[in-house]
Structure formats: C-alpha cells, structure tokens
Design a protein around this ligand. Structure first.
Ligand SMILES: Cc1cc2nc3c(=O)[nH]c(=O)nc-3n(C[C@H](O)[C@H](O)[C@H](O)COP(=O)(O)OP(=O)(O)OC[C@H]3O[C@@H](n4cnc5c(N)ncnc54)[C@H](O)[C@@H]3O)c2cc1C
Length: 228
C-alpha cells in the first residue's frame, strides 16, 4: 500500500494512518461506490453535484446531457474535485465524542477533458451500464448516433488522488473510557438489492432481465461482516 501522497494537495492531515494513495485501494473504492460527487467553482460559487461515474483504467468517466452546466463548466477547464464514498458502518464508542463511522472514500483532483471519439464514447457508456448492472449492455438497444451526440463524456485522470479508510471498533478501549460500563462496538452497514419489479407498461410475455435477476441474486444477501 502506498503511504506517500502524490501531491501536497491530496495529503491527508488528520488521521494520516487511515490514508492510502495506492491505485489498488483507490480503484477498488471508485469501482464499488455507486455514486460520486463532483465539486467545481462556477461564476465564483462552489457547487458539489452528485453524479454517476465509471473508472476504466487510469481515468474516471462522468457523463451527462450536452446542456449540463456542470459539464460545460468542467469542459471549459475548471479545476475539479471528485469524491466517492462507501458507508460501511456505525461505530458506537463509550463517549459521544468518540462515536464515528466506518467508511472508504476517495478524492481525485484535476481537470476533466472531453471524450470526442465515438468509439470511446460508446465504450465509456458501456462501462457506466456494466458497472450498474453487469450484462445489461448486451440486453439493451445500443445508443444511436444522435443519442451519442446528445451525451457528453468527460474523463478525469487518476493522478492526484487519495483514499481514506476507517474500519473496525471504537478507538476508546485503551483510554479511561474503556473501563466504563457502556456497551461499545460497531454496526456493519451493507447495500442490499431488492427483487426486480417489472414496469407495469411492459408488453405481455417478456421474461425478467437475466442481468437484473443475476444482480439481485448476488446482492440480495447481506455480505458477510468484514473482519475488523
Ligand atoms: C462519510 C464520511 C463522513 C465524515 N464525517 C466527518 C465529520 O463529520 N467531521 C469531520 O471532521 N470529518 C469527517 N469525515 C472525514 C473527512 O472526510 C476528512 O477526512 C476530515 O475532515 C479530515 O480532513 P483533513 O483535515 O485531514 O484533510 P483536508 O486538509 O481537509 O484535506 C487534504 C486532502 O486530504 C484528502 N482527504 C481528506 N479527507 C479525505 C477522505 N475522507 N477521503 C479521501 N481523501 C481525503 C484529500 O485529497 C484532500 O485534498 C468523514 C468522512 C466520510 C467518508
């Protein structure tokens, strides 16, 4: 695991023991987090906008309508900050002060550039779809040229990035508070998927999507609690 920040801007100051700067950790969090937030300044105002993202190799893609203010601002060269977070649990300490959460998060700083090439745009859209529902790309109608034109795809290189990871139990067991008769521990939190629900407007006789069923089957169970 890499413990040296690639730049001063992404060096964690508080709880530096929770920092990681290696691509394996960073990529793993980006790939598992379902939602990212993009921060940028437009007309002197900061905005932080939730968005889908997809990592392919050394870049993170974001996409949206050609009319999106966020994408227009970013394409114009604004500095951006993309964050992705996975909420893993709640940490119940003996004192109010030490209560915490378990999480894995990533911050990527940099400038986004537009992907113009039709082939790469198509591949990026496939990456978005496949990370949401593996196998769904093959089941769906592919994008038309017009739809590709109406979609802007931007890429952010993963060069200046940091991860922060907190796992396990409260930190106060070895302090005076450890002697208090107050229960302490943590509650794991996992994302669980519900059974697919058919669109009421679906034509009669269309079987449930295999991709949706497979996703539901893998994600309906609470994953085993990770060791702390
Ligand atoms: C879901 C969640 C909830 C949190 N709630 C709180 C809270 O209530 N109060 C609080 O003080 N902190 C909270 N944190 C931690 C918070 O994200 C910062 O890590 C913290 O404020 C300390 O930042 P710093 O002063 O070390 O870094 P800063 O000086 O603010 O940042 C320097 C650099 O460190 C890196 N960095 C900082 N934080 C993170 C991170 N979480 N993940 C990846 N890279 C990071 C970035 O590259 C950043 O540019 C939370 C984190 C998560 C994931």
């Amino acid at each position: 695991m890499r413990h040296t920040a690639p730049s001063q801007r992404v060096r964690l100051t508080r709880s530096p023991e929770r920092a990681a700067y290696d691509r394996e950790t960073i990529d793993g969090i980006l790939d598992e987090a379902m939602v990212a937030h993009l921060g940028f300044v437009h007309d002197g105002h900061p905005f932080v906008v939730p968005t889908l993202h997809a990592r392919v190799g050394d870049v993170v893609y974001v996409h949206g309508s050609s009319a999106s203010r966020m994408l227009r601002t970013l394409v114009a060269g604004a500095q951006a900050c993309l964050t992705a977070t996975i909420f893993d649990g709640i940490v119940l300490s003996r004192s109010v002060y030490e209560h915490d959460i378990n999480y894995r998060s990533v911050v990527v700083l940099g400038q986004l550039t537009e992907v113009d090439d039709e082939k790469r745009k198509n591949a990026a859209l496939e990456a978005f779809m496949e990370r949401l529902v593996p196998g769904r790309w093959a089941e769906s109608r592919p994008p038309t040229r017009q739809e590709l034109k109406a979609t802007r795809i931007l890429q952010l290189p993963i060069e200046e990035a940091s991860a922060k990871v907190r796992t396990g139990h409260p930190d106060d067991a070895d302090s005076e508070d450890g002697l208090l008769g107050i229960w302490a521990g943590h509650i794991p939190v996992n994302l669980r998927y519900g059974e697919p629900i058919a669109d009421p407007a679906l034509r009669h006789g269309i079987p449930v999507s295999q991709a949706a069923t497979a996703l539901y089957r893998t994600r309906r169970q609470m994953p085993a609690v990770r060791p702390s």
